[in-house]
Design a protein around this ligand. Structure first.
Ligand SMILES: [Zn+2]
Length: 110
């Protein structure tokens, strides 16, 4: 269970802060993934395994994109959770299994 090694993300042209929090009970009741997103702020349950934290950070960053993209005007909140709960795991898996892709995207090679 490692700590998240950064405090902010650049997402869709904005800075989103990333925090870990101790209050696992409160957060778990509000969001099944162990994270929360409110405007430009991601909070992650400190007690989750590292891989779960990674998926949760991706999930919450996608909430930011969803909000910024105005998708909520067309699709329900329930649809948002369904779509992002699929995309977070798929995105994590693609990045995990293809580190050369992640490095290429980051501009570190190629
Ligand atoms: Zn969500």
């Amino acid at each position: 269970m490692g700590r998240i090694p950064f405090k902010r993300l650049a997402v869709d042209g904005e800075t989103v802060t990333v925090e870990e929090r101790d209050d696992r009970g409160r957060m778990a009741s509000g969001h099944p993934i162990g994270g929360e997103y409110t405007r430009n702020k991601i909070v992650i349950d400190r007690y989750m395994p590292t891989e779960s934290k990674q998926v949760a950070v991706l999930h919450e960053a996608l909430h930011h994109c969803w909000e910024r993209g105005g998708v909520g005007r067309y699709l329900s909140g329930k649809t948002e959770e369904l779509v992002l709960s699929l995309l977070d795991s798929w995105l994590w898996q693609i990045l995990r299994e293809n580190p050369e892709l992640a490095r290429w995207i980051a501009g570190e090679e190629g």
